[in-house]
Design a binder for this molecule. Structure first.
Ligand SMILES: *Cc1c(COP(=O)(O)O)cnc(C)c1O
Length: 433
């Protein structure tokens, strides 16, 4: 553990680390077992990915048999059944028109490929000046350089790397709009002003995730699709967080009944087993790129189309489609709403919102998240708040009694955390802990 603290980077952390990490020994369904024997109910699904929970016997069996057959082979010059079967399945469930696929090795890389495809599309049409991206404030699309350039422009990464990233155009977040028609008017003004420069409009449909857990109505997506058509701008839907049922539809774009030109998926794609993502696009885009010079999509990661990851993703997605996932997501939505609304009028709570299997409690101020996390931990629930945002997105198959416990513990932890911050002298958290 000392070695870990001194030598190993963890997400958004310093070295040596200010906090010690919890050491995990194993995880089963929705329970995470720590080395010291504690068991935690998982409220985070390992950042949206473990949609069936951990250690699923069907996925385990598929992974083991694939390892015995073929774990990896270069995708340059070779193909294999796991990639073909997964591609067929993903294309069959994706919004209409998305029928060409690129397998990437992480969500961020699928976003890089989506941006690159957009740029190459306009170069192929002899309009290289269309080279900027329109993105949303409070967006999060990943940590690599292209992805950073379309993340929220006022947040740390942007200010730190301002001189190193593409300069793009940002529209107000629809998740914070007081008046949707004004928000749409502002959006159209940006299209009018920048149409000759814009390659694509990239957004997270319906839910802005790591940039603030903000929800917005399908109406915005419908308008975004219209504006992209009218001003000749490609539409990229980043469904890396929202895909695979999280919002109550298989893909969040379905709420607006729209098809983007390009879509990114990741996170839940492998049920949290390993890293894999994909970019899907229309035939029009693939044809335009392939018929111009150099006629090739200029990307090809070493682990592209990894057979083990593809087999696991296929198995996980089939498992999802064959399960009553809509019913389960609806049950999670109702349960979280039922428990979280009790917080609504509490001092220190800015907002409470639930959509599908996503529950969010937004506090008025920073600095309490850690206390809340610690209290939840003592009560046996794994939470990972960021800033003022306490949130949960459990596995769809979470047992009803685990879900009840999870929701109750979150409400208790938030209530206690707020009380102790209001009365710092009493150090309620410390007494409790
Ligand atoms: C997590 C996330 C990404 C980045 O995916 P990684 O696999 O972490 O690279 C991109 N976009 C959205 C919306 C995400 O939630």
């Amino acid at each position: 553990m000392d070695f870990d603290r001194l030598h190993i980077w963890h997400p958004y952390n310093s070295l040596p680390s200010l906090h010690t990490q919890l050491e995990v020994e194993s995880a089963n369904h929705c329970l995470i077992k720590l080395r010291d024997g504690r068991e935690l109910i998982d409220a985070m699904s390992s950042w949206w990915s473990a949609i069936h929970g951990y250690n699923h016997p069907v996925i385990n069996a598929a992974a083991k048999s694939q390892i015995d057959q073929l774990s990896h082979i270069m995708f340059g010059g070779f193909t294999h059944q796991p990639a073909i079967e997964l591609a067929e399945l993903l294309i069959s469930i994706s919004p209409k028109g998305l029928d060409k696929i690129f397998f990437a090795d992480s969500g961020s890389i699928s976003v890089e490929v989506a941006l690159k495809v957009s740029l190459q599309y306009w170069k192929s049409r002899n309009q290289p000046e269309k080279s900027k991206f329109l993105a949303l404030k409070h967006a999060y699309h990943g940590d690599s350089f292209g992805a950073m350039s379309v993340c929220d422009p006022d947040e740390g990464m942007h200010s730190l790397f301002k001189d190193n990233i593409m300069q793009n155009v940002f529209a107000p977040s629809p998740g914070l709009a007081k008046n949707m028609s004004n928000c749409l008017i502002e959006l159209e003004a940006l299209f009018i002003k920048h149409q000759h420069q814009l390659a694509a409009f990239i957004l997270e449909p319906l839910v802005q995730g790591a940039g603030g857990m903000l929800f917005y109505p399908a109406e915005y997506l419908i308008k975004a699709r219209e504006l992209c058509n009218r001003y000749q701008v490609l539409l990229i839907a980043d469904e890396i967080a929202t895909g695979f049922g999280r919002t109550g539809k298989l893909f969040a774009c379905e709420w607006a009944n729209i098809s983007p030109d390009i879509m990114c998926v990741g996170k839940g794609l492998t049920g949290g087993y390993m890293t894999l993502a994909a970019m899907l696009c229309t035939e029009h885009i693939s044809q335009t790129i392939s018929q111009a010079q150099p006629g090739l999509l200029m990307h090809g990661p070493t682990f592209m189309g990894n057979p083990l990851a593809c087999k696991i993703a296929y198995t996980s997605t089939r498992l999802l489609l064959d399960s009553p996932w809509q019913q389960r997501v609806r049950h999670i939505e109702q349960t979280l709403k039922h428990h979280f609304t009790t917080l609504k009028n509490l001092e220190g709570i800015k907002d409470v919102r639930v959509l599908g299997a996503i529950g969010v409690i937004e506090l008025e101020q920073d600095g309490i998240g850690q206390d809340i996390q610690q209290i939840a931990l003592k009560k046996g629930v794994w939470l990972r708040p960021f800033g003022r945002i306490i949130y949960t997105m459990p596995a769809y198959s979470i047992k009803p009694d685990q879900l009840e416990t999870l929701a109750k513990v979150i409400v208790e932890a938030v209530t206690l955390g707020l009380q102790s911050s209001a009365n710092p002298d009493e150090t309620l958290v410390n007494q409790f802990v």
